[in-house]
Design a protein around this ligand. Structure first.
Ligand code: MG
Length: 252
């Protein structure tokens, strides 16, 4: 079945989420008078990421709403830097909002995203499937100049009710672009959530391994290292995905 549509992950696939995170966090902590509590910016980023991972996991598990995970991150981060003063919901939201204002000023797409979406748009129906919240992601795509490629073809886990790798969220993405899973490719940077998840849901799965880890993958998951490789790789989709090659072994 020919591929007629392509669905994308957003963070670390189209949007360079971590690229400017340290700069934004340092600006925020400096403004809050907190930066001197860390040996260096890397130590602050490490703690920030640890808190993010823990609270975002609770969001994806349905324990917290998207807004609640932001407040939880503000409270947890402050507690971890030694400030145990209770934060009201309003205070926690405002604290996170001040971080966001630094973060938003630095939002940027990966350089390969816009050119490749432009090349694909005439031939494919495009959409996004993201483990996040719809308005947050819509605003992000608009700011980085990519929203016009997708319009309303966006599915986010908070509104959908289940995160990737659940098959249902991939199928919801196919439905919003009016195609069957077998007609749709999915592209994302997370091997388990995006690559294996999309493959298990019956889509043509592309794992974007920007770091070129060389990791061995399931034979049903295709690997690309840049979005520039995607248009060519989509043309190969009618053929079986190549068998994975273990790291370090020479291709025969
Ligand atoms: Mg991602």
């Amino acid at each position: 079945m020919p591929i007629r549509g392509v669905l994308f992950d957003i963070d670390e696939t189209l949007f360079d989420a971590s690229g400017a995170q340290g700069v934004a966090l340092a600006a925020h902590l400096r403004a809050e008078g907190l930066l001197e509590r860390f040996a260096n910016v890397d130590a602050a980023v490490e703690l920030w990421q640890e808190v993010l991972d823990a609270e975002y996991e609770r969001f994806l598990a349905g324990e917290l709403t998207f807004v609640e995970q932001r407040r939880a991150r503000a409270r947890s981060f402050m507690a971890r830097v030694g400030d145990s003063t209770p934060m009201s919901d309003e205070d926690a939201t405002a604290w996170f909002g001040r971080f966001q204002s630094h973060r938003h000023a630095l939002r940027v797409a990966f350089p390969d995203a816009d050119p490749v979406l432009g090349r694909l748009k005439p031939a494919f129906r495009l959409g996004v499937v993201s483990n996040s919240e719809l308005e947050h992601q819509r605003a992000k795509l608009e700011q980085i100049g990519l929203l016009h490629y997708f319009g309303d073809a966006m599915v986010c886990s908070q509104q959908h009710g289940e995160p990737k790798p659940a098959a249902s969220i991939f199928h919801a993405g196919c439905a919003v672009i009016g195609l069957e899973p077998g007609e749709v490719a999915y592209v994302g940077d997370n091997y388990l959530l995006d690559g294996l998840g999309a493959k298990e849901a019956g889509l043509a799965a592309f794992w974007l391994d920007r770091a070129r880890t060389g990791k061995a993958v399931d034979p049903g998951v295709r690997v690309i290292h840049s979005l520039d490789e995607l248009p060519g790789a989509l043309g190969e989709c009618h053929r079986p995905a190549p068998a994975s090659v273990p790291p370090g072994s020479a291709a025969q």
